[in-house]
Write a protein that binds this ligand. Sequence first.
Ligand code: GLU
Length: 314
Amino acid sequence: MRIEKKSDTVVGRFAPTPSARLHLGNVLSALLSYLSARAAGGKWLLRVEDLDAARCPFMGENTKWLLDDLAWFGFSFDGEVLYQSERADVYETYFNVLREEGLIYPCYCSRAELHDAARAPHRGDGVFLYDRRCLLRAREGIAPPSGKKPAYRVLVPDAIVSFTDGVQGAYAENLERDCSDFVVRRADGVFAYQLAVVVDDALSGVNEVVRGNDLLSSTPRQIFLQKRLGFATPRYFHIPLLLDAAGRRLSKREGDGCMESVRAKYKTPGLVLGALAAAVGLLPSPESCTPEDLIALFSWEKIPRGDVLLPQGF
Ligand code: GLU
């Protein structure tokens, strides 16, 4: 009898949303996901999260720059680039699985109503607790507004989802109380990030997700969807946010940390990578390096949990 050994090859990925030119915070996610996968002899995939291409006229241009910026740094990815804008039929299949499980309901609330429908103040990450008014109305037999296209929400249980993040440690959330039913398909038909990310990671065989700490609180929702869809849960590493040398958030408006200004200023990628590596403790001080140079120096134990600062002058 042949025993199938489960593959333990690390499959990591970088999954930016090209709504703007790449930013040094994104580059740090690219770098750490790349190093973690490569240090383990694994694969590193690239997925362009251009779901909202119709609404964002610069997606195409930004995507070209994204590929150019990654090549400039010397990041090499495996396989074909996956474009979310081409995968609506795939998301639809899994949306229908959730629907058949009775987990999906239409929500006709307008922006103003949603404000009203919040059971509690918004959380820091912009999530508010929806009071399920559209579900309750439907259960009472109240007809939905005619001619209005609904968004679709997934019904979450009163249950705790917990996981151990490789950087941030234990994290838990009660889906109903801390998050409530969330949108998986918008009223314009576009599938939401939470569903697309889960489907794509699973179908691509991704078993390691490295991304910014601002997405930590999305993870319980994604684990819930994985369980409902019969997908495995990857290992998660939510990395520190990158601040300027004075501890301020890099401001997109002022172009801080935007690859356009970074490339104009530094001309070559080595010092930029060195600055990022020093910010997260992979190098004692910023010095010019390539992604390959950093593979042997990489270990998750070195990566701090809290925000990190760029060196002076960046
Ligand atoms: N597309 C998301 C972003 O650029 C990241 C998604 C993820 O890594 O799960 O913020």
